[in-house]
Ligand binder design. Structure first.
Ligand code: GLA
Length: 739
């Protein structure tokens, strides 16, 4: 609910358990941030703006205007006018000057949530959410800024975005525009973020927040393996189950900055938006710029509370399409099975064996097009290589369909190889600074998607491949980052728009793809998980989480990913051992159990793996079918983290009606002379009884917990005993059924 109190000049935005308050101040109508936190009963917290303290508001004490600006808790602070903390917005006017200041003009409160032009965003109907549009202006620049806030009725989330319009008589350049900010008192916060690298994505980091600016960011053109567009400030005492969390997550897939700045007065400014580096957007008179959306979560229920809010929002109000709430086919991908070395017969031999084992879809990865026999050529030439695929794509797909399997295919649409017909015809279609040789990465360049003719050419090629055979799944990959920022197509004074125009064009292409092929299952990928973000989730219900398929490495990667994103979105496969990335050998059973906490599939040559492993596949597929509804739709709880305890990992899912639950326990290294381990479960009904069964019995010699009945209350308060597992990298699935 959103209310405006005319006398107090305050806005109160309520979600089921939180309140967010904004106040209008002084005759100049500054917009101040009053409060964000646990739900307030009354509308009487505006004293938090501290306008009755020195330096007072400018109308009372204009000689200290700068001091006022430098400590006032702004709702959307700006740069260059006297607030020396980092602001959210700045401009360069036609005369070359920087600096702006926003004041209130008007507001509108509406039911539902307007779409954001050209951008992915959360959505909700009139009875699911309400939106406040605060209109502000800088009359000296000739700029109107709309601050949009949406509160959802079914989850403790507030989303924010910003739209800037040139209302003046001359053009100006927008040099920075963040999407959200909170100015509040620092309460000895810790800062939580996620970091990584290729094959090591989204490891959680927690550290003390100190004075000054601390940020996480990407200037790679993608949200990146290295940092994640997420930031949380949490109380020192916050744990998995309790304590305050302020979190932001960016619904955007390009450059970002998320930061917290602790200032001289022990205030903290937390903000998030498009990274200002190399960003400069020209706004001609009447033109607007729509900044992407930030999702904000506040909870006093620790990380469990935060995760529940994000999962709920993304499931109900972000992910779309036919597969949104549907079980995905169990797939087998040929990448780690064959790399580039395949022909029709080899693919069919894998597919035939896979079909016999119950696998439901065959995915043809890189290497099927142009002259692509290695990663050094042919990106941009999306025509089937009929020397490799004798009989063409349709023949292969028909044969696979005959086996009762669906067929999927890989594309890397945003790229161009120097050794390609496309590059030979259009060398100026790459991103490059004219006159300077651009740097290759994986021996490829990035296409200049800011040119509509490039988008149309690539999309046209993709669409004709998809129309030529019964293709039911696409893996959309993106395997290098952007540099040498220059476009042969953009005017000199619009070169600073390239990073963002690239992302907008990517969204446009995926929008077209999902509209033209509504039955297609789209899985995004970027060298594994370099673009696992809410922006991409708007187009594809699942994203390949990491090129690292080792079950033990995946524990930390999937823990970090599931901190924000539902398990139904996490691309996870069983691959061969020794693992191709880390060389580790883990039991086939453990690989299956870890992949079960994701989309589930295989990435191996099923004709070559040991017979004993092959024989396990039908049971694994059956396990997927038995538990996927629960995994996909249930509430997820983190029970223990191997990254923190260095011994074991444990998570749980519970059905909405609390009648079913599945606990996954992974013992990483075994130890001598230990007792059973007691783990406390979550999310069960206190007053219900559950039959507890160990569903994975392959290595369990002695099972003390099999098929016993316990009360939910006891399982949550006292815990469940997990008997010792002999051997390293061992996993166990425990199912709970309400009796
Ligand atoms: C990326 C992907 C892999 C695979 C290769 C193909 O690395 O993450 O899964 O598709 O590209 O080149």
């Amino acid at each position: 609910m959103i209310t405006y109190n005319k006398e107090a000049r305050t806005f109160k935005l309520d979600t089921p358990n939180t309140t967010y308050m904004i106040g209008l101040v002084d005759e100049e109508d500054f917009v101040g941030h009053i409060y964000y936190g646990r739900k307030l009963k009354e509308n009487d917290a505006q004293y938090l703006l501290r306008t009755e303290e020195a330096p007072y508001v400018p109308s009372k004490n204009n000689r200290e205007r700068c001091s006022f600006y430098d400590c006032f808790p702004f709702e959307y602070p700006s740069d260059g006018i006297g607030d020396y903390r980092e602001g959210c917005i700045n401009v360069r006017t036609a005369s070359g000057h920087a600096g702006c200041m926003l004041t209130y003009v008007s507001h509108e409160i509406m039911e539902g949530k307007p779409a954001l032009e050209g951008l992915p965003a959360t959505f909700g109907a009139a009875d699911e959410c309400a939106t406040l549009k605060l209109i502000c202006e800088d009359k000296y620049v000739g700029m109107q800024v709309e601050l949009l806030y949406t509160v959802f009725y079914d989850t403790d989330v507030i989303t924010r975005s910003v739209r800037v319009t040139n209302t003046g008589a001359q053009h100006f350049f927008l040099t920075k525009v963040y999407s959200a900010c909170i100015d509040m008192d620092n309460r000895n916060f810790d800062m939580v973020s996620m970091h990584g690298s290729w094959a090591r994505e989204r490891h959680i980091q927690r550290k003390t927040l100190g004075y000054g600016l601390q940020n996480v960011s990407s200037i790679r053109g993608v949200s990146s393996h290295q940092d994640h567009p997420f930031l949380a400030l949490v109380d020192k005492s916050t744990t998995q189950e309790q304590g305050e969390v302020y979190a932001m997550n960016f619904v955007y897939s390009g450059n970002f900055r998320a930061q917290a700045e602790v200032s001289q007065f022990d205030y903290v400014r937390m903000s998030m938006g498009i990274h200002p580096e190399n960003f400069c957007w020209k706004l001609d008179c009447g033109e607007s710029f729509q900044a992407p959306e930030v999702v904000m979560v506040y909870t006093d229920k620790g990380f469990d509370g935060m995760t529940a809010a994000f999962h709920r929002l993304y499931r109900k109000h972000l992910i779309r399409g036919e597969y949104k709430d549907k079980k995905r086919p169990v797939l087998i991908n040929n990448w780690e099975a064959t790399y580039f070395d395949f022909d029709t017969e080899k693919l069919l031999s894998i597919a035939r064996e896979a079909a016999k084992l119950g696998i439901e879809m065959f995915v043809l990865d890189d290497g099927w097009f142009g002259r692509r026999n290695g990663d050094n050529c042919a990106l941009g030439d999306w025509q089937v290589n009929e020397t490799k695929l004798k009989g063409g794509l349709k023949y292969l797909v028909d044969e696979i369909n005959q086996l009762g399997m669906k067929f999927g295919i890989w594309f890397e649409p945003e790229m161009i190889s120097a050794d390609s017909d496309l590059y030979r015809a259009h060398p100026d279609w790459t991103i490059a600074i004219p006159g300077r040789p651009a740097s290759e990465a994986r021996q490829q360049f990035v296409l200049d998607l800011s040119r509509q003719e490039v988008v149309d050419c690539i999309y046209g090629q993709m669409a004709s491949v998809l129309r030529s055979a019964n293709v039911e799944y696409v893996k959309w990959d993106m395997n290098r980052h952007l540099c040498d920022l220059g476009s042969y197509g953009l005017a000199d004074d619009r070169q600073g728009e390239l990073f963002h125009r690239y992302v907008l064009a990517l969204y446009q292409m995926q929008d077209r793809l999902t509209k033209d092929f509504p039955h297609l299952l789209l899985e995004n990928c970027s060298s594994g998980g370099a673009r696992f973000d809410p922006g991409m989730l708007y187009y594809s219900p699942q994203i390949w989480c990491s090129d690292d398929t080792d079950a033990i490495e995946r524990l930390a990667i999937q823990e970090g990913t599931a901190l924000l994103y539902p398990l139904s979105t996490i691309g996870a496969h069983v691959s061969d051992c020794p693992n191709h990335i880390v060389g580790r050998v883990t039991p086939f059973e453990t690989r299956g159990i870890v992949a079960l906490a994701g989309t589930f599939g295989y990435e191996l040559d099923v004709t070559k793996i040991p017979q004993a492993d092959r024989e396990r596949i039908p049971a694994q597929v059956a396990m997927y079918h038995q538990y996927n509804d629960l995994v996909r739709e249930g509430d997820y709880y983190r029970i223990a983290s191997y990254s923190q305890n260095h011994e074991y990992d444990c998570w749980q899912v519970v059905s909405a009606d609390q009648s079913q639950s599945l606990v996954t326990y992974v013992q990483v290294l075994s130890r001598a002379n230990v007792k059973s381990r007691c783990i406390r479960l979550k999310g069960l009904a206190e007053d219900r009884y559950y039959k507890v069964e160990t569903t994975s019995v392959e290595f369990v010699e002695e099972d003390s917990i099999e098929a016993k009945v316990y009360s939910g209350d006891t399982l949550m308060k006292a815990g469940l005993l997990i008997s010792e597992l002999r051997g390293d990298f061992r996993a166990r699935l425990i199912s709970l059924t309400g009796v």
